[in-house]
Write a protein that binds this ligand. Structure first.
Ligand code: ATP
Ligand code: MG
Length: 281
């Protein structure tokens, strides 16, 4: 089960002098109830991979299966399918009123107008926006952060089993960021979440699995604990180890017994405290 990508390669403008090999031989499995973080520097192929995962971009090579069924068609926007929040989600908005924009996805899934509006009224508060205040506003008269939240609400309204987010907190202030993270926390147990970012610090603490991309190639794919215990692939991709993980490695280097590495600061503090207690006893 899950959303499975097998041996995916992608070249833009193939057979032309402008060919760009964006991805090579990527394997990936996205499961409901797990959060996958895709990390990589600018131009490493992250957005291309998300486009392929939701069926919007057809890979040059490789295959895609949703819940065991091979599928080359568009998955995004299907009932209980895949939802994608674009890198610049402001560009996703198009309707005259915010409420209609958010209701568009469910309407497109075949829900009646009232049911679709109901979903829209439910999903706006989930991103911290009051439908009574924002519902009748134009999506083009919102701040960047508000527009981003409306775009997220539009995807949430479709209740996707798999939710793909491209740099979901870029450009948000602390409150906007916390709002998005709270939504993700709530959805995490029942949704397959994929977060694309170049910032290891921000999201590794909530990752179950990680894919590290460098120049379109997979440097690491697997559980987050494996990467944090041996972070060489992260550094090879030109990314920075989160501070809390560095603290755990420094502690182990001076003899504190640390068996588990995490980027979640609260868990890291507990692991460090337990290690120090062993040193003292
Ligand atoms: N439509 C396109 N046509 C040709 N080349 C493209 C196209 N879109 C992306 N590329 C190239 O493919 C590579 C991967 O791009 P992609 O947008 O997937 O990277 P990214 O990791 O999402 O980068 P960023 O962090 O800057 O968003 C880059 O070299 C980029 O220049
Ligand atoms: Mg991108």
């Amino acid at each position: 089960m899950g959303l499975k990508l097998t041996d995916i390669s992608h070249t833009y403008a193939p057979t032309t002098p402008f060919a760009v090999e964006a991805l090579a031989n990527i394997d990936l499995n996205i499961e409901v109830g797990r959060t996958l973080v895709i990390l990589g520097p600018t131009g490493s192929g992250k957005s291309t991979l998300l486009g392929i995962a939701c069926g919007l971009v057809r890979p040059t090579l490789g295959s895609l299966a949703l819940d065991g069924v091979n599928d080359a068609g568009v998955l995004v926007g299907r009932e209980a399918g895949v939802g994608l929040v674009f890198q610049a989600p402001e560009n996703q908005l198009f309707a005259e009123f915010v409420l209609d924009d958010v209701a568009f996805g469910p309407l497109n899934l075949g829900l009646g107008r009232e049911a679709a509006l109901e979903r829209a009224r439910d999903s706006l508060p989930a991103v911290g926006m009051d439908p009574a205040v924002f519902g009748d506003r134009s999506p083009f008269a919102l701040s960047g952060g508000e527009a981003r939240r409306v775009a997220l609400a539009g995807v949430l309204a479709m209740k996707p089993a798999y939710l793909l987010l491209d740099e979901p907190t870029a450009g948000l202030d602390a409150r906007g960021r916390d709002g998005v993270l709270a939504v993700l926390d709530e959805l995490a147990p029942t949704t397959g979440i994929v977060i694309v970012t170049h910032d290891a610090e921000e999201f590794l603490g909530r990752a179950d699995d990680v894919l590290v991309l460098a120049q379109g190639r997979s440097e690491y794919w697997g559980p987050v604990e494996g990467l944090l215990a041996n972070p060489a692939p992260l550094l090879a991709a030109g990314l920075v180890l989160p501070d809390v993980v560095r603290v755990l490695h420094d502690a182990r280097d001076v003899g504190v017994p640390i068996e588990l590495f995490t980027a979640d600061p609260v868990r890291a503090a507990r692991i460090l405290a337990a290690g120090l207690a062993k040193v003292r006893s």
